[in-house]
Design a protein around this ligand. Structure first.
Ligand SMILES: Cc1cc2nc3c(=O)[nH]c(=O)nc-3n(C[C@H](O)[C@H](O)[C@H](O)COP(=O)(O)O)c2cc1C
Length: 139
Protein backbone atom coordinates (compact mmCIF):
# COMPACT_ATOMS: atom_id res chain seq x y z
CA UNK A 1 0.00 0.00 0.00
CA UNK A 2 1.49 3.30 -1.09
CA UNK A 3 2.22 6.16 1.26
CA UNK A 4 0.78 9.50 0.14
CA UNK A 5 0.76 13.11 1.29
CA UNK A 6 -2.30 15.30 0.91
CA UNK A 7 -2.33 19.02 1.71
CA UNK A 8 -5.52 21.06 1.59
CA UNK A 9 -6.68 24.54 2.52
CA UNK A 10 -10.13 25.49 3.80
CA UNK A 11 -11.98 28.29 5.49
CA UNK A 12 -14.14 28.28 8.62
CA UNK A 13 -17.90 28.13 7.91
CA UNK A 14 -20.62 30.16 9.64
CA UNK A 15 -21.18 27.07 11.84
CA UNK A 16 -17.66 27.16 13.28
CA UNK A 17 -17.35 28.30 16.91
CA UNK A 18 -14.03 29.30 18.48
CA UNK A 19 -14.10 26.36 20.91
CA UNK A 20 -14.51 23.84 18.04
CA UNK A 21 -10.78 23.81 17.38
CA UNK A 22 -10.16 21.84 20.58
CA UNK A 23 -12.64 19.14 19.57
CA UNK A 24 -11.28 19.01 16.02
CA UNK A 25 -7.77 18.41 17.34
CA UNK A 26 -8.80 15.89 19.96
CA UNK A 27 -10.74 13.78 17.44
CA UNK A 28 -8.04 14.15 14.77
CA UNK A 29 -5.27 13.06 17.13
CA UNK A 30 -7.28 10.15 18.52
CA UNK A 31 -8.58 8.80 15.18
CA UNK A 32 -5.39 9.45 13.20
CA UNK A 33 -3.41 7.38 15.67
CA UNK A 34 -5.76 4.43 15.05
CA UNK A 35 -5.36 4.86 11.27
CA UNK A 36 -1.59 5.49 11.32
CA UNK A 37 -2.13 8.95 9.84
CA UNK A 38 0.39 11.64 10.69
CA UNK A 39 0.48 15.32 9.80
CA UNK A 40 0.03 18.90 10.78
CA UNK A 41 -2.81 21.41 11.10
CA UNK A 42 -2.24 25.18 10.87
CA UNK A 43 -5.00 27.60 11.80
CA UNK A 44 -5.39 31.35 12.16
CA UNK A 45 -9.05 31.46 13.30
CA UNK A 46 -10.14 31.93 9.67
CA UNK A 47 -8.21 29.50 7.45
CA UNK A 48 -7.05 25.92 7.89
CA UNK A 49 -4.03 24.35 6.20
CA UNK A 50 -3.63 20.64 6.86
CA UNK A 51 -1.19 17.96 5.77
CA UNK A 52 -2.15 14.28 6.02
CA UNK A 53 0.32 11.42 5.46
CA UNK A 54 -0.44 7.72 5.48
CA UNK A 55 -1.59 4.87 3.28
CA UNK A 56 -3.37 6.06 0.15
CA UNK A 57 -6.70 4.41 0.97
CA UNK A 58 -6.76 5.72 4.53
CA UNK A 59 -5.69 9.27 3.63
CA UNK A 60 -8.35 9.41 0.91
CA UNK A 61 -11.02 8.11 3.28
CA UNK A 62 -10.04 10.55 6.03
CA UNK A 63 -9.97 13.46 3.58
CA UNK A 64 -13.53 12.61 2.50
CA UNK A 65 -14.65 12.59 6.14
CA UNK A 66 -12.98 15.96 6.69
CA UNK A 67 -14.61 17.41 3.55
CA UNK A 68 -18.06 16.54 4.90
CA UNK A 69 -17.40 18.42 8.16
CA UNK A 70 -19.79 21.40 8.34
CA UNK A 71 -17.38 23.45 10.45
CA UNK A 72 -15.36 24.45 7.39
CA UNK A 73 -15.95 25.14 3.70
CA UNK A 74 -14.20 25.75 0.35
CA UNK A 75 -11.92 22.77 0.87
CA UNK A 76 -9.25 22.81 -1.86
CA UNK A 77 -6.45 20.26 -2.41
CA UNK A 78 -3.11 22.04 -2.83
CA UNK A 79 -0.84 19.01 -3.04
CA UNK A 80 -1.30 15.25 -3.46
CA UNK A 81 1.57 12.87 -4.18
CA UNK A 82 3.11 9.50 -3.42
CA UNK A 83 5.92 9.66 -0.89
CA UNK A 84 8.68 7.27 0.19
CA UNK A 85 8.82 8.42 3.78
CA UNK A 86 6.82 10.46 6.27
CA UNK A 87 7.88 13.94 7.38
CA UNK A 88 5.55 14.19 10.38
CA UNK A 89 6.05 10.69 11.77
CA UNK A 90 6.10 12.00 15.36
CA UNK A 91 2.79 13.83 15.06
CA UNK A 92 -0.65 12.17 14.86
CA UNK A 93 -1.77 15.75 14.17
CA UNK A 94 0.65 18.51 15.14
CA UNK A 95 -1.07 21.83 15.75
CA UNK A 96 0.45 25.18 14.84
CA UNK A 97 -1.65 28.28 15.50
CA UNK A 98 -0.46 31.45 13.71
CA UNK A 99 0.68 32.85 17.06
CA UNK A 100 3.52 30.33 16.81
CA UNK A 101 4.44 31.23 13.22
CA UNK A 102 7.23 33.69 12.64
CA UNK A 103 6.18 36.43 10.19
CA UNK A 104 9.38 35.99 8.23
CA UNK A 105 8.67 32.30 7.76
CA UNK A 106 5.20 33.06 6.38
CA UNK A 107 6.63 35.77 4.08
CA UNK A 108 9.20 33.33 2.67
CA UNK A 109 6.38 31.26 1.14
CA UNK A 110 3.59 33.83 0.66
CA UNK A 111 2.81 36.98 -1.34
CA UNK A 112 2.34 38.89 1.97
CA UNK A 113 3.40 38.29 5.57
CA UNK A 114 -0.12 36.97 6.27
CA UNK A 115 -1.29 33.37 6.62
CA UNK A 116 -3.24 32.97 3.34
CA UNK A 117 -3.22 29.24 2.49
CA UNK A 118 -5.32 29.65 -0.70
CA UNK A 119 -2.50 31.74 -2.16
CA UNK A 120 0.15 29.05 -1.66
CA UNK A 121 1.30 26.69 -4.38
CA UNK A 122 1.38 22.99 -3.47
CA UNK A 123 5.14 23.12 -3.21
CA UNK A 124 4.98 26.34 -1.20
CA UNK A 125 2.44 24.87 1.24
CA UNK A 126 4.62 21.79 1.70
CA UNK A 127 7.77 23.90 2.19
CA UNK A 128 6.05 26.17 4.70
CA UNK A 129 4.75 23.24 6.76
CA UNK A 130 8.18 21.61 6.88
CA UNK A 131 9.72 24.92 7.97
CA UNK A 132 7.03 25.26 10.66
CA UNK A 133 7.70 21.73 11.86
CA UNK A 134 11.40 22.55 12.17
CA UNK A 135 10.61 25.80 13.99
CA UNK A 136 8.30 24.06 16.47
CA UNK A 137 10.75 21.20 17.08
CA UNK A 138 13.54 23.71 17.86
CA UNK A 139 11.46 25.76 20.33
C1 LIG B 1 -10.17 21.46 9.71
C2 LIG B 1 -10.52 20.07 10.17
C3 LIG B 1 -9.53 19.10 10.26
C4 LIG B 1 -9.82 17.80 10.67
N1 LIG B 1 -8.84 16.86 10.71
C5 LIG B 1 -9.13 15.59 11.02
C6 LIG B 1 -8.13 14.57 10.99
O1 LIG B 1 -6.96 14.81 10.71
N2 LIG B 1 -8.53 13.31 11.31
C7 LIG B 1 -9.80 12.99 11.66
O2 LIG B 1 -10.08 11.82 11.93
N3 LIG B 1 -10.76 13.94 11.72
C8 LIG B 1 -10.46 15.22 11.41
N4 LIG B 1 -11.44 16.19 11.46
C9 LIG B 1 -12.76 15.81 11.99
C10 LIG B 1 -13.62 15.11 10.95
O3 LIG B 1 -14.06 16.07 10.02
C11 LIG B 1 -14.82 14.46 11.63
O4 LIG B 1 -15.45 15.36 12.49
C12 LIG B 1 -14.39 13.26 12.44
O5 LIG B 1 -13.74 12.35 11.60
C13 LIG B 1 -15.56 12.57 13.14
O6 LIG B 1 -16.48 12.17 12.20
P1 LIG B 1 -17.83 11.39 12.64
O7 LIG B 1 -18.51 12.34 13.58
O8 LIG B 1 -18.55 11.20 11.34
O9 LIG B 1 -17.36 10.15 13.30
C14 LIG B 1 -11.16 17.49 11.03
C15 LIG B 1 -12.14 18.46 10.94
C16 LIG B 1 -11.85 19.75 10.52
C17 LIG B 1 -12.93 20.78 10.43
Amino acid sequence: MYLVRLIYASQISPEFKAEDIENILEVAQRDNKKRFITGMLCFNRKYFLQCLEGSRAVVNETYQLICRDKRHQNVVILDYCQIDRREFADWSMGYVPTSRMKEQLILTYSPKNEFLPFELSGEGAHGMMLALRNQVEKS
